[in-house]
Design a protein around this ligand. Structure first.
Ligand code: UT7
Length: 334
C-alpha cells in the first residue's frame, strides 16, 4: 500500500501589483467597497507586453516545486494542469508544460474544475500514486484572469475579485501510509452551471457570432450571481470539511491548518467561526492576490510552507467551492 506525500511546492505571481485604488481610477469602485465585501487589498495582473501566460506562470511554479522536491523534470511521471484560463482552446496546458519543461513524453491531463481545480487534481494524482501507477506526479494550478475581465464599471462585480498567478505541487509515493493525503472528497451540482460562467467562445457561440454581437455581446466575460455563489459556498465548504474529517474519524479540534480556496475573506471567516478555528489555524492571502481560482490553494500552500507553517505530523485541511458548482476537500497528515 502506498500513500502520496506532497514533497515540493512552488508558486509564481506576476510583478505587476494592481491596488484597489488603481481600479477605482478605471471603474466606479472603491477601496472601501472591495475590502469590506471581500478582504482584497491588491492583486497581480499580467502587464501588457509581458511574456507571462497561464502556461509560463505554471512552468515557473512547477520548476520551483520540482526542485524543492529534490527531483528533476525527468523524475516526473505525469502532469495534471488545472485552469479555467488556458492558453489555447485546445490542446490543454498540460502538454504545453511538458514542452516548456522539456520533459520526457509523460502523460498530461487538463482539469477544468475552476476554483475546485486544484482539489480535484490532488485527488486524481493521489489515486494514480496509491494504485502504484505513478511515483511522482506534478500538479499545477495557473490562471491568467486579467485578460478576460471586463475592466469597466459594467464588469466591476467580477473585475475587482480576480488575480493572476500559479502554484504547483509534486506528489510522491510514500510507504508510510500514516502520512500524506488521507482522503479526498469531490462533489458537483451542474444545475448551477450558469450561476458562475464564461459562456463563449464555445462551439455553439463561436468567435464570428461574438464579433457580430458587438459591444452588446458580453458572453466572453465571466458572469456571476455573487450572492447565490456566496450562499452555496458557505454551506458546501462546511459540508466538505466535515465529510473529510468524519471519514478519518477526526474533528475540527484536530485541524492544525485550514487552507481554503481564496474566494472571499468573508467566506473564510464564516467557515473559521463555524469550526471554531483561531486565526493561526487558517491561512489567508486573498488580501494580496485576490481570487486566483485554480492557483489559489497551491499559492497559499506554497507560501504557508515557505513561512514554516507546516510541521511534521500536522493535520492540514484544504477545501474549495466554485463554478460548476464543484466543491471538495483534501485531508493531509503532513
Ligand atoms: O471563487 C469562485 C467562487 N466565488 C465566490 O465565492 C464569490 C461569492 N460571492 C461574493 O463574494 C460576493 O457576493 C461579492 C463580493 C461578489 C459581492 O458582494 P455582495 O455583498 O454580494 O454585493 P452585491 O453583488 O449584492 O452588490 C451590492 C452592490 C450593488 O449595488 P446596488 O444594486 O445595491 O445599488 C452592486 O452593483 O454593490 C455594487 N457593486 C459594486 N460597488 C462598488 C458590485 N460590485 C461593485 C464594485 N464596487 N466592485
Amino acid at each position: 500500500m502506498y500513500s502520496s506525500k506532497i514533497t515540493g511546492m512552488g508558486h509564481y505571481v506576476p510583478d505587476n501589483i494592481v491596488t484597489n485604488d488603481d481600479l477605482s481610477k478605471i471603474m466606479d469602485t472603491s477601496d472601501e467597497w472591495i475590502q469590506e465585501r471581500t478582504g482584497i487589498k491588491e492583486r497581480r495582473w499580467i502587464k501588457e507586453g509581458s511574456d507571462d501566460s497561464t502556461g509560463t506562470m505554471g512552468a515557473k511554479a512547477a520548476r520551483i516545486a520540482i526542485e524543492r522536491a529534490g527531483l528533476t523534470k525527468d523524475d516526473i511521471d505525469f502532469i495534471i494542469f488545472a485552469t479555467l484560463s488556458p492558453d489555447y482552446f485546445f490542446p490543454g496546458n498540460g502538454v504545453l508544460i511538458q514542452d516548456m519543461l522539456d520533459m520526457p513524453t509523460v502523460g498530461a491531463l487538463d482539469v477544468r474544475n475552476q476554483c475546485s481545480g486544484f482539489v480535484y487534481s490532488l485527488s486524481v494524482a493521489d489515486q494514480f500514486i496509491k494504485t502504484g501507477m505513478y511515483k511522482n506526479v506534478l500538479v499545477i494550478g495557473s490562471e491568467y484572469h486579467s485578460g478576460a475581465l471586463d475592466k469597466t464599471t459594467r464588469g466591476r462585480g467580477l473585475a475587482v475579485l480576480f488575480g493572476d498567478g500559479a502554484g504547483a505541487a509534486v506528489l510522491s509515493r510514500s510507504e508510510d501510509i500514516s502520512k500524506g493525503i488521507l482522503s479526498t472528497h469531490l462533489h458537483s451540482q451542474g444545475e448551477h452551471a450558469e450561476v458562475l460562467t464564461v459562456k463563449a467562445p464555445s462551439i455553439s457561440h463561436w468567435v464570428p457570432a461574438i464579433i457580430e454581437g458587438g459591444a452588446e455581446d458580453t458572453s466572453y466575460h465571466p458572469f456571476m450571481d455573487g450572492q447565490k455563489v456566496f450562499k452555496h459556498a458557505i454551506v458546501r465548504f462546511s459540508e466538505a470539511i466535515t465529510e473529510g474529517l468524519e471519514a478519518n474519524k477526526l474533528t475540527a479540534d484536530d485541524i492544525d491548518m485550514f487552507i481554503p480556496h481564496q474566494a472571499n475573506l468573508r467566506i473564510t471567516q464564516f467557515v473559521q467561526r463555524r469550526f471554531n478555528l483561531s486565526d493561526d489555524q487558517v491561512y489567508s492571502n486573498i488580501q494580496k492576490y485576490g481570487n486566483t481560482t485554480a492557483a489559489s490553494i497551491p499559492i497559499a500552500m506554497s507560501e504557508a510552507w515557505e513561512e514554516g507553517k507546516f510541521k511534521d505530523g500536522d493535520l492540514i485541511v484544504i477545501a474549495a467551492f466554485g463554478s460548476g458548482f464543484t466543491w471538495g476537500s483534501v485531508v493531509i497528515r503532513w
